[in-house]
Design a protein around this ligand. Structure first.
Ligand code: TMP
Ligand code: ASP
Length: 254
């Protein structure tokens, strides 16, 4: 078998050379990290679930006209994506106070925000992804004012759509992180949604009980990480209803 060329290896995913120019294969690992990878674990089945959940969310977003890098899922852990030039920003959207917003500004976790808030973090492990403003982004050329305009417009639509989609599944979309890339088609460039959207990159709380169904279960040592991720998949209709939400062991998906 031909050995595939690794283009990039991150903490939770690997990008391999794709079958044709302009494509890549995105592989979802079970590796889980938090706090700049100071905390690490392998959560069995997590990569499989995130591959499916991200496929589902990207496909739904595509259907309402949000351009994404996603092409199709290839197998349990891999999806075919378009190669994009990643904008080095983590775009965070918050609907309810939690995490670093609560710590930084002293707002109690769970408090609904007066309106949705968009924040930017500069993607740099070495600098611990510092919080930055539009001023920094445009001054240092990480994105142009036009790029940022597109990013904000897409982000608002993504938040509105995903908030409704999760609400329908009995889940509160507290906050999430997304990334964008530049997709070049001849001389024409478009900003598209890239990376992944999964319980690794979102805060998802049960609507009734506020139970955490996301990576905070790992960050805060709450246990039941894979079970929570499969519960999200089940509620989105990705896993068959009969799949038990807990029970350990590898998770079988369609
Ligand atoms: P925060 O409250 O820690 O700033 O996180 C905000 C959101 O961004 C939350 O849904 C988790 C997500 N996130 C990532 O996807 N990657 C990261 O490295 C961090 C710090 C947060
Ligand atoms: N993914 C980040 C890390 O490895 C942080 C996080 O999601 O909490 O450190």
């Amino acid at each position: 078998m031909k050995r595939r060329r690794t283009i990039y290896e991150g903490k939770a995913k690997i990008l391999y050379e794709g079958p044709e120019p302009g494509t890549l294969i995105q592989y979802f690992k079970d590796d889980t990290t938090a706090f700049d990878a100071k905390k690490r674990a392998v959560i069995e089945g997590k990569g499989v679930l995130n591959n499916r959940i991200s496929e589902y969310l990207m496909t739904q977003l595509n259907a309402i006209g949000i351009p994404t890098h996603f092409v199709r899922r290839l197998n349990m852990r891999e999806q075919l994506i378009k190669e994009v030039e990643i904008i080095p920003l983590e775009v965070v959207v918050r609907n309810v106070a939690a995490g670093s917003l609560s710590t930084r500004l002293g707002i109690e976790e769970g408090q609904p925000l007066p309106r949705s808030i968009i924040e930017y973090y500069y993607k740099s492990d070495q600098l611990h992804d510092p919080w930055v403003s539009e001023e920094h982004i445009t001054a240092f050329g990480w994105a142009s004012p036009q790029d940022l305009d597109d990013v904000v417009n897409l982000t608002i639509r993504i938040n509105d759509f995903l908030s409704g989609l999760f609400l329908g599944a009995g889940i509160k979309l507290v906050d999430f992180k997304i990334e964008f890339g530049r997709l070049w088609e001849n001389d024409y460039m478009r900003i598209v949604l890239a990376d992944e959207i999964s319980p690794d990159s979102c805060r998802l709380w049960d609507l009734q009980t506020n139970e955490k169904l996301d990576k905070d279960r790992f960050r805060r040592d709450l246990g039941g990480v894979a079970e929570a991720y499969s519960e999200v998949a089940r509620r989105l209709g990705i896993l068959p209803e009969s799949t038990p939400p807990s029970g350990g062991g590898p998770v079988l998906v369609k």
